[in-house]
Design a protein around this ligand. Structure first.
Ligand SMILES: O=C1C[C@@H](O)[C@H](O)[C@@H](O)C1=O
Ligand SMILES: [Co+2]
Length: 295
């Protein structure tokens, strides 16, 4: 028996205005973004730079459009900054998400990350943790996971291109060396396929730890070019590496079937950063919604 009963479909604002490169979609306003998400039929959103920072204000805007907050990204610097400061920043983020009614907190370690470096080649300069950094990272992440649990929330770790947790081996090690009670996994189809990983293998292996899903597709020919031209992650995004489900290379049918048959409970967030002046955010949000509804 497959079921959509426990799955909520959300949309990320990154297609309207890109948080990593705010010049992409600078012309799109917050209200346009959330109105178009709601019009396209989504039930929730993640949080972008243009969203109001005050929970009551944000709630009012979202309630008017029938949208909930699914989660929001937290850049952790466990391996490079004082843990006291990391915890302080995380608590602020946690409490904001809690006030917004979210149940999961997206975390990505940015110590050593090259994802924001526009001139650094993505594949050639991929970072890796030293043995010491692995220990510092997993210990620190479990501490953040405990802080999430204090509010009955779940830390979901976002594997990501250009970071030290990108490949199957790195995800395996992270899963092995952290307590499932403290660290869960965010499953992002686009990042897995971009990196050359098998998304169904990861889904099946870690289904019990996956508590949040990002659906994004890739354009294979663009990724081949990024590799041959030694582009950075950000240049790759500008060139159109990512697109919405149904518009690229990934077959979402077996992924969706797996999630439904195994009664995945939580959010699936359509997240496809690309240049909105080339690929209109509303048009692509509608395209993704139709494709997913038909799966
Ligand atoms: O979840 C995400 C958040 C973005 O800021 C990030 O760069 C993107 O690729 C992603 O998957
Ligand atoms: Co993502």
């Amino acid at each position: 028996m497959s079921s959509m009963e426990n799955i909520k479909l959300g949309c990320a604002p990154i297609a309207w205005t890109n948080d990593d490169m705010p010049e992409l979609g600078a012309e799109n306003s917050f209200e346009q973004c959330i109105s178009e998400m709601a019009l396209a039929g989504y039930k929730g959103t993640e949080i972008g730079n243009k969203y109001p920072k005050e929970p009551e204000t944000l709630k009012k805007f979202l309630d008017q459009r029938g949208l909930e907050v699914a989660s929001a990204w937290f850049s952790a610097y466990i391996t490079t900054r004082d843990l006291k400061q990391v915890k302080k920043d995380f608590l602020k983020h946690r409490d904001f998400l809690h006030a917004m009614g979210a149940e999961v907190i997206v975390v990505s370690e940015q110590g050593g990350s090259i994802q924001g470096e526009i001139e650094t080649p993505l594949f050639e300069k991929k970072p890796a943790f030293t043995e010491g950094e692995w220990k510092r990272f997993t210990d620190g992440l479990e501490i953040l996971g405990e802080l999430a649990k204090e509010k009955t929330m779940t830390l979901v770790y976002h594997h990501h291109m250009g970071t030290c947790i990108q490949t199957t081996e790195e995800i395996d090690r992270l899963m092995q060396e952290t307590d499932p009670e403290k660290v869960s996994l965010l499953y992002d189809t686009g990042h897995l396929v971009f990196s050359g990983e098998d998304p169904l293998y990861i889904l099946d292996k870690y289904f019990d730890r996956i508590r949040h899903v990002h659906f994004k597709d890739i354009r294979k020919e663009v990724i081949e070019k990024i590799k041959s031209e030694k582009d950075s992650f950000l240049i790759g995004v500008k060139k159109g590496a990512f697109t919405v489900p149904g518009d690229g290379e990934i077959d979402f049918k077996p992924i969706m079937t797996y999630l439904k048959e195994n009664k995945y409970k939580g959010w699936i967030v359509v997240e496809a950063e690309q240049d909105p002046s080339i690929c209109n955010a509303f048009e692509y949000a509608v395209k993704a919604k139709r494709y997913i509804d038909n799966l």
